[in-house]
Write a protein of this length. Structure first.
Length: 300
């Protein structure tokens, strides 16, 4: 009887131990899950309050817009070549970017809107970028000067961009008139001066007609940009029909012209006189030059 009772007591104790272990495991799991949910909820709450705080700081003006320090403030282009004036504003928020021409304080753009009668001005902006670029189409010399990129803060913030418009010029060496004997070579050299950008192409005209040197035998054109932009027109054997006006027309410069006379054996006095005058002026002694200057001053 005592043995049976002992077995019963041992069974009850074993069942109690198993039951306590089970309840302990469940309680631990429940506690861990509750703590995890609490940590996640606490993290979300902190992020929410942090977001509210950031928005509140922006609304309160604690985070102010500022210009990117790496923005170029000096832009150079040639006349007729579209220019782009950069302006990069960080943390713009609900402010507005405007472009103003400083020489007459004319407001060109406000946000995306253009306030100019000229169609040469346009603002370029993408929603996912901080850039508010002013496009100036076909700029001329009068468009050069300072432009202001302004942000509508209180007080207003401004960055100034200088636009330089270079009017390049072409020059044909030996002009304005040259004389060539028949069957001699015509060699015209055109130099493009004051060009900050490489020359894309150079057209040569003969009496307002484009010279198609690829289809004409004995005619070649060579253009190079190093060390400076030059273009050379070569006509192997000149004929009287080759006489006329020749024009060098670069892509980024004002054109230049020269008059070519192909002589058929004659030796005109005008040509000789031109050469003698040129050489006489070139080699005139310095004393004679000073005497001429003194005589002119006395006549005045």
């Amino acid at each position: 009887m005592s043995q049976t009772w002992l077995i019963f007591i041992m069974s009850v104790m074993k069942y109690s131990i198993c039951l306590s272990v089970t309840f302990g495991t469940l309680f631990a799991l429940l506690l861990t899950t509750t703590e995890g949910v609490g940590v996640q909820q606490l993290s979300k709450t902190r992020h929410y309050h942090k977001t509210l705080s950031f928005k509140r700081n922006v609304l309160d003006g604690d985070i102010q817009p500022y210009f990117d320090s790496g923005t170029l403030t000096n832009i150079t282009t040639t006349a007729g070549k579209t220019a782009y004036l950069p302006c990069r504003v960080r943390h713009l928020g609900d402010r507005t970017v405007s472009w103003i021409r400083r020489k007459d304080l004319h407001v060109l753009t406000v946000g995306r809107f253009v306030y100019s009668s000229s169609d040469k001005f346009q603002v370029i902006h993408r929603d996912d970028r901080d850039d508010w670029m002013l496009q100036v189409k076909y700029p001329q010399r009068e468009d050069a000067g300072q432009y202001e990129c302004q942000v509508s803060t209180v007080p207003k913030k401004s960055m100034f961009i200088t636009l330089n418009v270079v009017v390049s010029k072409a020059e044909i060496l030996g002009g304005p008139t040259i004389y060539i004997n028949k069957d001699s070579a015509i060699n015209l050299t055109c130099i493009i001066q004051e060009s900050p950008l490489p020359t894309d192409y150079v057209f040569w005209y003969h009496n307002n007609r484009v010279i198609n040197y690829e289809a004409q035998a004995g005619v070649t054109v060579k253009t190079q940009n190093d060390p400076r932009a030059t273009s050379m027109l070569w006509i192997e054997k000149a004929q009287p029909i080759d006489s006329g006006n020749y024009t060098c027309f670069p892509s980024n410069a004002d054109p230049a012209g020269i008059a070519v006379h192909v002589l058929n054996g004659e030796n005109p006095a005008a040509m000789q006189h031109g050469k003698q005058s040129s050489s006489a002026r070139e080699y005139l002694p310095t004393n004679y030059l000073w005497i001429g200057i003194i005589l002119l001053s006395q006549q005045r």
